[in-house]
Design a binder for this molecule. Structure first.
Ligand code: NAD
Length: 706
């Protein structure tokens, strides 16, 4: 876990607890006793804290946040105070990441040195927390109020150069094979210069107007931190650092941390943190399934998605060849890709040379013969089974053996697409979200015959292009769009029953959704949904009111933002209520015999969210998604569900499954034939709600068994 090496009178404490040197109770105990032992040794001139791993330390063991073991003695704040108050100077030697509690330990040391590529940050705010082991007290004293506030409130890490410029580290040392020798040189200089103790107890925050600065910072983040509890708590704690002696500030910080730890927002943050760690563990895919080598990529279709996918791969360094049916479409697609990189260079995000070099990596063709060398081919052509069949037949003839054949379909049956090839094991769905070069989510769709190494390759490649891959099974809409369907259905039906688009959207946006249902439909295009429904007539024919308002808007050519009118009218990008929608809705309600009434906000929220959650239960039962966290990642990263609520399935656990069951049953009974049609609780929801088991506990138990 740790080892101690003595060199020329200096003691190096080397952390060695793979994978990330987490500051678990055992690690804290080991560090505390090492510090005590070395501090008592008169021969030790200085103590150096360093790591045997490629990172300094990943910070606290977050599992302990749920078990309560984080408070077991010595806790992290106590360990930091011990380091801070020991007789011997302590130097933190940081190479690689030093995150959260790790940086807090470094801040308690007298000196910090780092490599230029070291990454230092306090990401606690991303877990709905504040740095609770001195981060909010020591960082402003050491790095200055402004740098500290930025780091703590953004949670984003900084690198060596910046850390040196703001005083967070005292020196940058080359990250070469002689790193230890450089550290030794630094430590020797410290001792030659008197070996001064330099801890935060003797420092104050120096700033001409801390109150003024924090007030304007608060105003700046008011919009983005709306609904969040941690930012204000962090600011209060930083204020304490400006006004109080260290010990008092630390006590206040610790109380703030404990308070936040127990909030739904922090539970949501931790849930998503673990969900991201888990989501690449896929049943049936083992370490033996080595990813295939992917060095060149082809994209079929240079429309909205094809271009975005090409850009995502190009910026990760892959050469990309685009295939289209006609020269004009191909040239337009390539031009748009080039323009993207030109704009990035004009905005200063890329050097002109780099932008040009990346864009030159994009080529085009009209011939399948030119795809013969591609390792990964992603189809992003029209959403039609005939088109997909035609393309996959051609791919089967021209792609090299072992090439991975992927489809970006959002709704079509991947197994049906794979069936036209002689190699369904090489076929996979890669469902990107629009804009594909920006959105982090990637649904990796596993067909019935997709080979495990093809899935392993998709996960590896997804990470290289900085996506979050969540593996799902084949069904209509996979996970994201399947859960979207009841949510949209209710949003539309509520208009018939008497709500307005604004009322529905206001409720959902107040809940925290990035955008309400009707604004989202207007943005995506009313025609997109209408065309999908035309393909699915037989499945929804039993409900004549199904998306009736949206279908009427489509007939009227009110296609949303692109035509300036949809559920709203648009003045520029500003949406304005349109009384005509009420007339359209009332007329349709009359036609379908739907009684109109006042609908309260609580009903809107429950009617939209609970069927969506219920669909998630069905998806889990059918094993289309492996775990609730996967559904949550999809909704948070692809559909604007508030991350501080942890995703729909976590939210269900938070408010209680029995409440969801009770309300689903209520609407089933109170909405007559419509309720009977759409509000049947999923068997898994019924089972867990009646037995009082949370979804999380149920899946934890399932994991233990397997
Ligand atoms: P689009 O209409 O913008 O682009 C499709 C492109 O494919 C066009 O340029 C067209 O010329 C080309 N094309 C059509 N048939 C072809 C063929 N046989 N060979 C080669 N090229 C062909 O469509 P899009 O929005 O980019 O959608 C593409 C695919 O991505 C669809 O399957 C869609 O369901 C899926 N998708 C779309 C979104 C979205 O938000 N637009 C999101 C996720 C997935």
């Amino acid at each position: 876990m740790i080892s101690i090496k003595h060199t020329e009178g200096f003691a190096f404490i080397e952390l060695n607890a793979p994978p990330v040197n987490a500051l678990s109770l055992k690690m804290r105990q080991a560090l505390l006793s090492a510090i005590h032992e070395l501090d008592a040794d008169e021969q030790v001139k200085a103590i150096v804290l360093c790591s045997a791993l490629p990172l300094f330390c990943g910070g606290a063991d977050i599992v302990e946040f749920s078990t309560g073991a984080l408070w077991d003695k010595p806790d992290l704040p106590e360990l930091c105070v011990t380091i801070e108050t020991c007789r011997t100077p302590v130097i933190a030697a940081i190479a690689g990441p030093a995150m959260g509690g790790a940086l807090e330990i470094a801040l308690a040391c007298d000196y910090r040195v780092a490599t230029p590529d070291a990454v230092m940050g306090l990401p606690e705010i991303k877990l709905g927390l504040l740095p609770g082991a001195g981060g909010t007290q020591r960082l402003p004293r050491i790095a200055g109020l402004e740098a500290a506030t930025q780091m703590i409130l953004s949670g984003d890490p900084v690198k060596g150069e910046y850390a040196l410029s703001c005083g967070l580290v005292d020196a940058l040392l080359e990250n070469d094979q002689d790193f230890r020798a450089h550290v030794l040189g630094f430590a020797t200089r410290v001792i030659q210069e008197g070996g001064l103790r330099r801890n935060c107890m003797d420092m104050t925050v120096t700033h001409s107007d801390p109150k003024g600065y924090l007030t304007s910072f608060r105003d700046q983040i008011a919009h983005t931190s709306k609904n969040l509890v941690a930012p204000e708590r962090c600011l209060v704690s930083i204020e304490a650092a400006c006004e109080m002696p260290l010990a008092e500030g630390l006590a206040q910080e610790k109380a703030g941390f404990a308070e936040l730890l127990d909030t739904p927002q922090s539970r949501a943050g931790r849930h998503l943190f673990f969900a991201e760690r888990e989501c690449t563990k896929i049943p049936g895919v083992t370490r033996a399934d080595q990813p295939r080598d992917i060095t060149s990529v082809a994209v079929i279709g240079a429309g909205t998605m094809g271009r975005g996918i090409a850009i995502a791969f190009l910026q990760a360094g892959y050469p990309v060849i685009l295939l289209e049916t006609a020269q004009g479409a191909l040239e337009l697609g390539l031009e748009k890709v080039r323009e993207h990189f030109q704009r990035a260079s004009q905005k200063g995000r890329l050097s002109a040379d780099r932008a040009e070099a990346i864009a030159a990596n994009a080529t085009g063709t009209l011939s399948y013969g030119d795809l013969a060398e591609a390792d990964l081919i992603i189809e992003a052509a029209f959403e039609s089974m005939d088109v997909k069949h035609h393309i996959f037949e051609a791919l089967d003839r021209h792609a090299k053996p072992d090439a991975i054949l992927a489809s970006n379909t959002s709704t079509l049956d991947l197994d049906e697409i794979a069936a036209v090839t002689s190699r369904p094991e090489d076929v996979i769905g890669l469902h990107f979200f629009s804009p594909a070069n920006v959105m982090r989510l990637l649904e990796v769709v596993r067909g019935a015959k997709t080979a495990p190494d093809v899935i392993a390759t998709a996960i590896t490649v997804a990470k290289k292009i900085r996506k979050l891959p969540v593996t799902v099974g084949v069904c209509y809409g996979f996970v994201g769009n399947r859960m979207l369907e009841p949510y949209f259905r209710e949003g539309s039906r509520l208009l018939l029953e008497g709500a307005t688009p604004k009322q529905v959207d206001d409720v959902l946006e107040t809940f925290g959704m990035a955008m309400g249902i009707h604004a989202m439909a207007d943005l995506a295009g009313v025609d997109v949904g209408a065309r999908v429904r035309q393909e699915r007539r037989s499945e929804i024919a039993h409900d004549p009111t199904y998306q009736a308002v949206q279908d009427r808007l489509f007939e009227l050519g009110r296609l949303g933002q692109k035509t300036g009118r949809g559920s709203y009218v648009y003045e520029g990008r500003t949406r304005v209520e349109d009384p005509e929608i009420v007339q359209i809705s009332a007329h349709l309600a009359d036609f379908h015999g739907v009684k109109r009434r006042e609908i309260d906000d609580q009903e809107i929220l429950e009617r939209c969210l609970f069927p969506l959650i219920n669909e998630g239960f069905l998806i889990l039962e059918e094993e289309i998604a492996t775990r609730p966290g996967d559904c949550d990642l999809i909704w948070v990263n692809g559909y604007g569900f508030p991350n501080w609520r942890g995703g729909p399935m976590h939210y269900a656990d938070e408010i209680g499954l029995s409440q969801i069951l009770e309300r689903m049953t209520h609407y089933r009974q109170s909405l007559g034939a419509y309720g009977e049609m759409w509000f049947t609780p999923a068997p898994l929801l019924e089972q867990l709600a009646t037995s009082g088991v949370t979804l999380d506990a149920h899946f934890d138990a399932k994991k233990e068994k397997s």
